[in-house]
Write a protein that binds this ligand. Structure first.
Ligand SMILES: [Zn+2]
Length: 285
């Protein structure tokens, strides 16, 4: 990596948490996993996507059928009990909870939004779990209540279990608020009551997954679980959406070995794999 690229990366990191980071050469997936380098040529930019990109990004599907691929886990995972400066408006169930710092920031933004509506008794009850922890849980709880190591979204680092200090989440104001509003902040209720046949998981009013905007809003509006949304994108190949006053183009691209995608030069884009057979390219237009 040359020094210019390193500098761009450093500036991107310092600039913090815009949904997309705009520059002409580099786009960085803002939570955790791998970036894609683009080359500008006149009015278009060609981005090269290699097969390993299928397994990186915010839209990775992890379930009983599609296990986590090596290298998919989000980076910068920290123990929150040891990083109390990150605790902003919420508590922790115990001192073992780990999450990527970027994800905690997103969660804090959401919690701040809830506080404006008078909903402010959030706590995090579980975050990232490594394979050893997941195996232990699976052995203790059995297959009805836990997934084997590598098949849980908690192994990915983009999911968390959220609780309320007032009541169980299916009754607490925190649970209701999240169900209605989490998608505005890039999160989805991953295992809703009406999708158990599709997700294969019982209703979990506490388990939220980060997928990012505009995807969370599209899924909410179309009433789609992540499995359905990724199938929908594969069939549609390309959709145009307007979310929060911004226009986006969301494209599915199959990746057998390597593929290239042409985008308008200077456009802001993000690439995420689906953990199956291709990537989703999201462009702000
Ligand atoms: Zn969970």
């Amino acid at each position: 990596m040359n020094r210019g690229l390193l500098l761009l990366l450093a500036i991107g990191l310092l600039a913090g948490c815009g949904l997309f980071r705009q520059d002409r050469e580099v786009s960085i997936n803002h939570l955790g996993t791998g970036g894609v380098v683009g080359v500008s040529q006149g009015s278009t930019k060609t981005i090269q996507i290699s097969k390993d990109q299928i397994y990186k990004g915010n839209l990775i599907l992890v379930n009983k059928t599609y296990p986590l691929h090596k290298g998919s886990t989000a980076s910068d995972i920290v123990n929150l009990y040891e990083h109390r400066e990150l605790l902003d408006g919420f508590g922790l169930l115990n001192d073992q909870i780990r999450l990527p710092t970027d994800l905690v920031q997103r969660f804090s933004d959401m919690v701040a939004g809830a506080a404006k509506d008078g909903v402010d008794h959030f706590l995090i009850s579980s975050g990232y779990r490594d394979r050893t922890e997941q195996n232990k849980l699976y052995e203790e709880k059995g297959s009805d209540y836990a997934l084997p190591a590598g098949h849980s979204e908690h192994n990915l680092g983009l999911s968390l279990d959220i609780g309320s200090s007032l009541a169980p989440m299916n009754e607490a104001p925190e649970g209701k608020w999240l169900k209605d509003n989490a998608s505005d902040y890039g999160f989805i209720l991953r295992y809703p009551k009406n999708k158990t046949k599709i997700t294969g998981i019982q209703y979990e009013p506490w388990h939220f997954r980060y997928v990012g905007l505009p995807h969370s809003r599209i899924m909410q509006e179309k009433n789609m679980a992540l499995e359905e949304y990724l199938d929908f994108l594969r069939k549609q190949k390309s959709i145009s959406v307007n979310v929060g006053g911004e226009s986006y183009k969301v494209m599915y691209k199959p990746v057998a070995r390597e593929t290239t995608v042409q985008l308008p030069a200077g456009s802001e884009y993000e690439v995420s794999g689906n953990n199956m057979d291709g990537v989703i390219v999201t462009v702000r237009v």
